[in-house]
Design a binder for this molecule. Sequence first.
Ligand code: NDP
Ligand code: AKG
Length: 498
Amino acid sequence: MTEKLLDKEVLMNYVNGEWIEANETTDVINPATGESIIKVPLSSQEDVDQAVKAAKAAQKEWALVPAPMRAEVLFEVGRIMKEKKEHLSKLLTMENGKVLEEARGEVQEGIDMAYYMAGEGRRLFGQTTNAELKDKFAMSVRAPIGVVGLITPWNFPIAIATWKSFPAIVAGNAVVWKPATETPLMANELMKIFIEAGLPKGVLNVVFGSGGTVGDALVNHKDIRVISFTGSNDTGRRIAAKCGEQLKKVSLEMGGKNAVTVMDDADLELAAEGIVWSAFGTSGQRCTACSRVIVHEAVKEDLEQLILKKIKELKIGNGLHDDVKVGPIINKAGLEKIKSYIKIGKDEGAKLIAGGNELTGDEYAAGLYFEPTVFTDATIDMRISQEEIFGPVVSLIPVGSFEEAIEVNNSVEYGLSSSIFTRDVNKVFKAQRDLDTGIVYVNAGTTGAEIHLPFGGTKGTGNGHRDSGVQALDVFTEWKAVYVDYSGKLQRAQIDVE
Ligand SMILES: NC(=O)C1=CN([C@@H]2O[C@H](COP(=O)(O)OP(=O)(O)OC[C@H]3O[C@@H](n4cnc5c(N)ncnc54)[C@H](OP(=O)(O)O)[C@@H]3O)[C@@H](O)[C@H]2O)C=CC1
Ligand SMILES: O=C(O)CCC(=O)C(=O)O
């Protein structure tokens, strides 16, 4: 590494306005090189207790700061992120592996989210309405909930953190945040940015450590009123069950089995481009990644050829290098999971037409790399058509009609993102109505969400809440109905007056 990007060797938790050293740490590995880049704390239940205590105390004051003033901190966060964009992007590539241009895109999402949520500081709209009685005023307002716990994944370590923390903070809550152990650098940087922006102590606290210890302690803590989680379905379900027992609000954003549908009238060149970008970008490690292509049988062979041609142009390697388009896989477990699905796909009888192998040797020897992989002639009952692989693997499923395409799209337990390529406006409108996913694209791939729209999905993808967009405020606020009686006498509502 010619450029020095890190100024320390061990990260620290940030609690109640102080950096706190940990007793125990683990290495953070750059998946492109296999090198340890820094050490991250493995915190304990006691560390979580301290952070929640600090957040609880700070929240009382923070909630009394007028929302437009709370928003000033976010404007400043956005400005500093913009100033540090290149530095943040390089660190993000080092810890996560995604290619630099994608890392820049992710940091930009965070900047956009800062300005967008700062704007909410001057809105946070409630409603006024009519009261049933004379000389009485009625309105509903958003109230902060208290201390919120955020549990975030490694695949979008800064964007997802901003989708959750910015609305929580602008709404007057205090936060305890547990980032994924694999990608702590973005959390460390975002915390430093908040400090520079003038956030009062205790409003945001970062506690690093494993999901099993720190994440679980957050979920079970009696003073945490909301958990917002993004990650796997298994973990999400377990968190939901524990929150359910405690009647704790929980927002879950989990997996996807997203499909691009290509109709027989589609612009095939454009469709192939959309498929390759959304299936192999970020090495397929997005919850919105395209992992199924539902293709009209009349154009299947042409589409296959176009996809295969485009795959040949993808350079795989270290995302810090300019010409690289597909970076490494996050860790060995992720790589093994992908390899197991290649075997499953072959055993199930799908036809492998590209990739299928881990890359080893020479420039790939120290990192974790997998070839962009295409199966064709898959059927909907196959596991590769149903289960989330979270890697650069896509399966083509041929269909004979638009109706069948919609049915295949909706045949999975997930409902995050879907896309259709067609030139027929009637099909466009039917598809946006009938595709059972939280996000629908027309003539574009399945990725590329914009922060001012709600992000999340139907069915097994979530539990009805949304990240980002104005809808994120619903996760971090309670609705309060307020009645002001200015009649000067006790008026009794809900009584039938003849
Ligand atoms: N929807 C999405 O965007 C994502 C989906 N996934 C899916 O999940 C698979 C596995 O990835 P993985 O990173 O292990 O996903 P996890 O769901 O395990 O991790 C997501 C976050 O939850 C934390 N966590 C783990 N266990 C618990 C727990 N018992 N209580 C509270 N928090 C917990 C993790 O901490 P830590 O890792 O530090 O232990 C991390 O911060 C992927 O292959 C992919 O299929 C993964 C990431 C994002
Ligand atoms: O590109 C997108 O749609 C957002 C991706 C994302 O946040 C995810 O896949 O986890």
